[in-house]
Write a protein that binds this ligand. Structure first.
Ligand code: ATP
Ligand code: MG
Length: 168
């Protein structure tokens, strides 16, 4: 089904506004001219909720959390940016593995599942996920999803990930 990107993201951010502390400023930046996209709603929800909950959780001192959307006819690009604890370089190769967590998480709770779900959902969309991070400064996750697939193709596998979403 077609998703209204802006509406979808605004609703999501409202949920997270409630969860975040008053030290966080959560913002949506929209650079898109195409609003309705052919993506799987459930998978998109897995991707963005996990990235947003990480962005909030791993910035215990607060700061800006930005969800940025850029979209053209070929692809949609989501960026989730935080000003949190950052990710150590030597952990990058384990980032999307189940039950792995970086050494700098301190007493922040988690099971190490969220990003493996993000990766699965992005793969089901034949997309890409990448990360840039600076320790103690913050982290930006970028997700690129191609828009050429028909929703029929994408919808074949979502039950594979359903039920796995871990709310933090
Ligand atoms: P879960 O999401 O299952 O509750 P989790 O947050 O520990 O637990 P993931 O979301 O898979 O698991 O993230 C894996 C690890 O990657 C985290 O434990 C943390 O070390 C690191 N990480 C993920 N996102 C961020 C971020 N935005 N800033 C800093 N570290 C992060
Ligand atoms: Mg997580």
């Amino acid at each position: 089904q077609l998703i209204d990107l802006i509406e979808f993201c605004q609703n999501l951010l409202e949920e997270y506004q409630a969860i975040a502390t008053e030290k966080h400023r959560i913002k949506l930046i929209n650079n898109s001219s195409y609003y309705r996209v052919d993506l799987d709603r459930k998978l998109l929800h897995y991707i963005l909720t996990n990235l947003l909950s990480n962005a909030i959780k791993y910035s215990p001192n607060g700061g800006q959390v930005i969800l940025e959307i850029s979209c053209n006819l070929q692809q949609v690009i989501f960026r989730v940016k935080d000003e949190g604890i950052g990710i150590p370089q030597n952990y990058f190769n384990k980032l999307f593995q189940q039950f792995e967590r970086a050494s700098n998480v301190g007493n922040i709770k988690g099971t190490g599942l969220g990003l493996s779900i993000v990766k699965q959902a992005v793969d089901l969309h034949h997309g890409e996920v990448s990360v840039e991070s600076e320790l103690g400064r913050g982290t930006t996750f970028t997700v690129k999803l191609p828009l050429t697939l028909s929703s029929e193709q994408i919808k074949v596998k979502p039950d594979k990930v359903s039920g796995c979403l871990e709310k933090s």
